[in-house]
Design a protein around this ligand. Structure first.
Ligand code: 0WY
Ligand code: ZN
Length: 372
């Protein structure tokens, strides 16, 4: 059985080209992980997800612990078998979703307690229980339970929150069941405060974890602040361990974060926006709901070789979205996830060639070319 590890294959400035080895197979990095919310990447079957080139997907601890329940997923053979995804799966710890979705939630030293948004039942999520749930789901990468402070919290509140997350990291590491091919990632917190980011990164680095996430971002701070926090945080993390920026992002966010040392990403954007008619293209985002597409026979993105772009016209996609036909979100989700995977493949190649700066410049010119 392969040991969980990340090989650094090439670097270009602060960016890295690597390969993550997990129990369920390898993941080329920089990597984008599509989000499977309730054990499905919405509107996409697992074979559609695989066809985009995605190697690793996210499972959702919060949703699955409420329905159908972690013990039930384990009884059914674990999340891989349940959703028929035999590649690597990363699950978030659930704390972020609790704070953004659950009703009547309360967070203290022991963890978070909350009422289910589905049936109002009460649940408790401690660091130990979160690690146990992710073990029952058979996630290749388990995330520590953490608190993500909202944007705008003052320094003292963020400091208390960051130190709570550090204590929870210790408890998660003690509770984690070590087994070849599986790893527990710590999550760096500290808001937008450099001293707190450094303290969090240094304390977590001393725990010698197999990987590190940068949390507490993409909460409304804006791209410039996100990048500035990465410039402070990444240099404090071990150079030989993978770095995962949680919840990011738009294509330009991802390129900028890769240039600042990030290796892994997740975001609901390509799937969620696909369902509302938004498509990402080499010449920027377009919304197919817009009436200007109703007689446009061109493909969605002439540069894209996905089935959506090589089969259908913009006029047809516009019709599907306007008619609220299921095929609309299906086709746009596939294209968007394909677009994100092609973006990551392009970044990996550019880093290998030592041409990331030029590649990023060419991407930005395409996105701003407009007239699409
Ligand atoms: N533990 C933890 N998770 C975070 C997440 C959830 C990452 N996605 C999980 C995934 C699991 C499966 C279900 C879906 C979520 C974040 N997402 C964002 N921004 C999203 C900003 C955004 C971007 C586009 C659309 C909506 C929101 N910031 C985040 C910070 C943290 C954090 O500090 N700690
Ligand atoms: Zn396409």
């Amino acid at each position: 059985m392969t040991d969980f590890r990340w090989d650094k294959l090439a670097t270009d400035g602060m960016s890295r080209r690597g390969r993550l080895h997990t129990a369920h197979g390898p993941v080329e990095t920089p990597a984008f992980m599509p989000v499977g919310t309730a054990a499905t990447v919405k509107a996409m079957a697992p074979w559609d997800v695989a066809q985009t080139g995605a190697q690793m997907v996210l499972g959702n601890t919060y949703h699955l612990m409420l329905r159908p329940g972690a013990e039930r997923v384990a009884k059914l053979g674990g999340l891989h078998r349940f959703m028929a995804w035999d590649g690597p799966i990363l699950t978030d710890s659930g704390g972020f979703q609790v704070m953004s979705l659950a009703q009547l939630r309360q967070l203290d030293e022991t963890g978070v307690t909350f009422k289910s948004h589905i049936d109002g039942s009460t649940h408790a999520l401690s660091p130990e229980r979160s690690v146990e749930i992710q073990d029952l789901l058979d996630a290749d990468v388990t995330m520590q339970l953490d608190e993500c402070p909202p944007a705008g919290w003052p320094h003292d509140k963020v400091a208390d929150s960051m130190r709570l997350s550090l204590r929870w990291a210790e408890r998660c590491q003690r509770a984690f069941r070590e087994r070849p091919g599986y790893g527990l990632f710590g999550i760096v917190q500290g808001g937008v405060y450099d001293d707190l980011r450094r303290e969090s990164a240094r304390e977590l680095s001393a725990m010698d974890l197999p990987g590190y996430a940068v949390g507490g971002l993409a909460v409304g701070e804006g791209q410039a602040e996100t990048f500035r926090v990465l410039e402070v945080t990444c240099p404090e993390l071990p150079a030989d361990k993978p770095r995962y920026l949680m919840g990011v992002g738009r294509p330009d966010d991802i390129v900028g974060a890769v240039m600042r040392g990030i290796d892994m990403f997740d975001c609901v954007l390509p799937t969620r926006s696909g369902r509302t008619g938004q498509a990402f293209t080499a010449r920027g985002p377009i919304n197919l709901k817009n009436a200007r597409h109703r007689e446009d026979t061109r493909p969605l993105d002439p540069n894209c070789d996905c089935a959506t772009c090589t089969t259908f016209s913009r006029a047809y996609l516009h019709h599907l979205i306007r008619s609220e036909e299921m095929l609309g979100p299906m086709l746009l989700s596939r294209h968007n996830v394909h677009y994100y995977q092609a973006l990551m493949a392009g970044l990996r190649g550019a880093i290998e060639r030592g041409e990331l700066t030029e590649h990023a410049q060419a991407l930005a010119e395409g996105w701003h070319a407009g007239d699409i």
